[in-house]
Design a protein around this ligand. Structure first.
Ligand SMILES: [Zn+2]
Length: 343
């Protein structure tokens, strides 16, 4: 079968690979109908990155089950069902997994990617898609789960004043979650026109350009010189935003990052300020299995269609990568297979 292959060198091209087959009782074979690529796929080019690996590209998919192993079938996975899931496989045996804190799994593995006509995944990587969720929307289960996990950690309440640094996919989903479930005030720091329009649509109270002179002062002004009690970094484009975000976090506030930078980049904060301000610094990486499954019912409540700004056929997927380099769109859709041809 034809796949999009990611070489160690960063080169992405079509490559012929054997079609995968069921190998164990808990395997499920899926015909991939829809996949998406986003900025995170560019990390394939970063050699130091723990996510970087040689193999089939793509992290996100929705598809239809075409074959199941015997135990998978007993567990309710049936041919014809629509599914999404995660390319990450948690070990299930380490102390973190046993405590249902799979995001801290000590032996998690990133399995073969999703930009190919067929994949074989384990049942514990899969999530059933509800009937009211399209395959294009369902494809975004995994990245939305990443944001839901961060949202849960933020414990947002109606009185919160929040600043989200970055209005790409993660920032825009977080904005939607906050505005849907709380009365919190949200300022978004973003400069791309498309993303600013989306932030406006999703109810951002203010949008500020990250390249504004004296950004930190500007943000303090907008928070009555108190600072925001929650600041969230969701873009890895500007490392300088780490200190801006921490410096604009109010006394007793929380700084959370969903991104990381290169090996040399530290998160530095003056120790007296950190101590005297009662700050909490937190990261959010991946999700628990529980959050991944909860996200399936959340999908229909969010505006995800607006985030897939371009769509390409599988045969044009290399062009999609070129377009993605420009980092203009939260997500780009790839139609991998025709859903009406299920064999
Ligand atoms: Zn584990």
């Amino acid at each position: 079968m034809k796949t999009i292959w990611n070489h160690r060198s960063g080169l992405i091209e079509f490559a012929e690979q054997p079609e995968p087959a069921l190998q164990s009782a808990d395997d499920v074979k899926i015909k991939v109908i829809y996949s998406t690529i986003g900025i995170q796929d560019l990390r394939l080019k970063r050699q130091w990155d723990f996510y970087s690996k040689e193999g089939i590209a793509g992290y996100e998919m929705a598809g239809i089950i075409v074959a199941t192993g015997s135990s998978a079938q007993k567990a309710g996975w049936q041919v014809g069902q629509p599914v999404s899931g995660t390319v990450v496989q948690f070990c299930g045996k380490c102390p973190a997994c046993k405590q249902q804190q799979e995001q801290n799994c000590m032996q998690l593995r990133v399995k073969s990617g999703t930009l190919c006509p067929y994949i074989v995944w384990k049942t514990d990587q899969l999530v059933h898609l509800p009937a009211n969720v399209s395959l294009a929307t369902g494809c975004l289960l995994e990245p939305v789960a990443v944001v839901k996990m961060a949202y849960d950690k933020l414990q947002v309440n109606d009185a919160d004043r929040i600043c989200i640094f970055g209005g790409d996919f993660n920032g825009l989903i977080l904005l939607q979650l906050i505005k849907r479930y709380t009365q919190a005030v949200v300022v978004v720091v973003e400069n791309k026109t498309e993303n600013k329009l989306l932030a406006q649509k999703f109810g951002a109270d203010q949008i500020i350009d990250p390249l504004t002179d004296n950004l930190a002062t500007e943000l303090l002004k907008r928070s009555d010189f108190i600072g925001f009690n929650k600041t969230v970094l969701t873009t890895s484009k500007y490392p300088a935003l780490i200190s801006v975000a921490i410096n604009t976090t109010a006394r007793g506030g929380l700084f959370l990052t969903t991104v990381y930078f290169d090996r040399q980049q530290s998160i530095a904060v003056n120790s007296i300020k950190f101590f005297a301000m009662n700050l909490t610094i937190m990261s959010s990486f991946l999700y628990t299995k529980k959050v991944l499954h909860q996200t399936a019912t959340l999908l229909a409540q969010l505006d995800l269609n607006s985030l897939i700004r371009r769509e390409f056929s599988f045969s044009a997927a290399l062009n999609a990568y070129k377009v993605e380099q420009e980092q203009l769109y939260p997500r780009i859709g790839i139609r991998v297979n025709d859903p009406d041809q299920l064999t």
